[in-house]
Design a protein around this ligand. Structure first.
Ligand code: HGY
Ligand code: MN
Ligand code: MN
Length: 399
């Protein structure tokens, strides 16, 4: 299983998978999946951004139907996030290969190199690069946690596959993915289409006060950056709750300096992220947050810097593809329905360029980005079956 090629869990739960982009674990995972792809009748290679691509020509020389998801994980992540969509794509190709069925369209299966954004701080980086969502001159200079630029990481990355190109002409993009939350699992239903992928707004904030002696500085004389950060964290929570579900707000990363128990914190760096499926509400959350931070600065005597918001609008999935998925769900004997995605996915970047859709399967207990991530194999298989059926329906419709 792909999880065996997961890299070291950095000090976290040893059960977690930590497969970072352009790491040895990523290279090994590419070699393993490329082997499965070749057995499934796909010719394989890697594009210039480290995306693994397997392609099977169709009967015509028309555009490709692309199946995919991502190969990377968060630190100590689960075994299904990303991997399920890649492996299911290979399984669809294998089923077609074994049945001798040649589609009208070419079939491509893609394992995107970097979706989590953990290394370079940009979510869905590899699919943004390949779809032109980030100018090459900007992406090449992104610097990763290991200090190397993306260009340096790519130059050093050698999984041992020939260079190939991402399909230029695509009829559709489909991605099978776990829901990563509790909503589907709680609904008791199993295999919906995704209606819309949430919008995401992220920024980095610096709060600066004055570091001072923790024993001799009276409480009335302090400009404690961490106390201000506490106000900001609670404001993120309050704004998201006031916006109402499915809006969410998170401070996921925070660093304190100088970071000693006997020093009043002088500086705090923290991340802020809001998500909701309404683009206007997302922008209101950002504006509200800026006002809150300004108020905290005044109340606590802190200076502050708010980075530019990396704002991605919600992305609706293609109606026609959703209809094909609904028919495939019906053919699988299930009640078709659609639901929004609270997680971001590579499909966000493909959707502006080709009709795109996603199929969800439940995350048991709603866990994801965690070693507790789990999807029952029956649900995973049902999702792969719906994916395969959707491919056939789209292939027939698009002849
Ligand atoms: O952050 C996300 O939504 C995705 O899982 N990378
Ligand atoms: Mn994912
Ligand atoms: Mn993820």
């Amino acid at each position: 299983m792909l999880a065996a090629h997961g890299g070291e869990a950095p000090g976290g739960d040893a059960r977690g998978v930590s497969r970072f982009p352009f790491s040895a674990a990523h290279a090994q995972a590419i070699r393993v999946v490329a082997g499965w792809m070749e057995e499934a009748g796909l010719s394989t290679g890697c594009d210039e951004f480290g995306n693994l691509i397997g392609i099977r020509p169709g009967r015509g020389d028309g555009p490709a139907i692309i199946l995919g998801s991502h190969m990377d994980t968060v630190p100590c992540g689960g075994i299904f996030d990303g991997a399920l969509g890649v492996v299911a794509g290979v399984e669809v190709a294998a089923a077609l290969h074994e049945s001798g069925r040649r589609l009208h369209h070419a079939l491509a299966v893609v394992g995107f190199a970097d979706e989590e954004g953990h290394q370079f701080g940009v979510g869905t980086l590899a699919s943004r690069c390949v779809t032109g969502g980030i100018p090459r001159e900007r992406s090449a200079l992104l610097r990763g946690r290991d200090g190397r630029t993306l260009a340096e990481s790519l130059a050093a990355f050698a999984p041992g596959l020939p260079r190939c190109a991402f399909p230029e002409r695509a009829a559709a993009y489909l991605e099978l993915h776990i829901e990563q939350g509790p909503v589907l699992a709680r609904s008791g239903r199993r295999v919906p289409a995704v209606s819309t992928i949430t919008g995401i707004a992220r920024t980095a904030v610096v709060l600066e006060g004055e570091s001072n002696h923790a024993g001799t500085t009276p409480m009335t004389d302090r400009r404690d950056a961490l106390v201000g950060a506490a106000d900001v964290i609670l404001a993120v929570r309050a704004l998201a709750r006031a916006a109402g579900a499915p809006a969410v707000g998170t401070v996921g990363a925070l660093s304190v300096s100088p970071g000693a128990s006997n020093v009043v914190p002088g500086r705090v760096d923290l991340s802020i992220e809001f998500r909701t499926i309404d683009g206007v509400r997302l922008r209101n959350l950002c504006a509200g947050m800026e006002a809150e931070i300004q108020q905290v600065g005044q109340n606590r005597g802190l200076s502050y810097h708010i980075g530019d918001w990396d704002l991605r609008d919600p992305v609706p999935m293609n109606e026609g593809v959703q209809r094909a998925i609904a028919q495939a769900i019906r053919d699988a004997g299930c009640e078709p329905f659609a639901m929004p995605s609270g997680a971001g996915h590579d499909a966000m970047n493909l959707a502006p360029h080709m009709p795109s859709g996603m199929v969800f399967v439940p995350s048991a207990g709603g866990f994801s980005h965690s070693p507790r991530e789990w999807t029952d194999w029956e649900d995973a298989a049902l999702g792969a079956g719906v994916l395969a059926r959707t491919v056939v329906l789209l292939d027939e419709a698009g002849r």
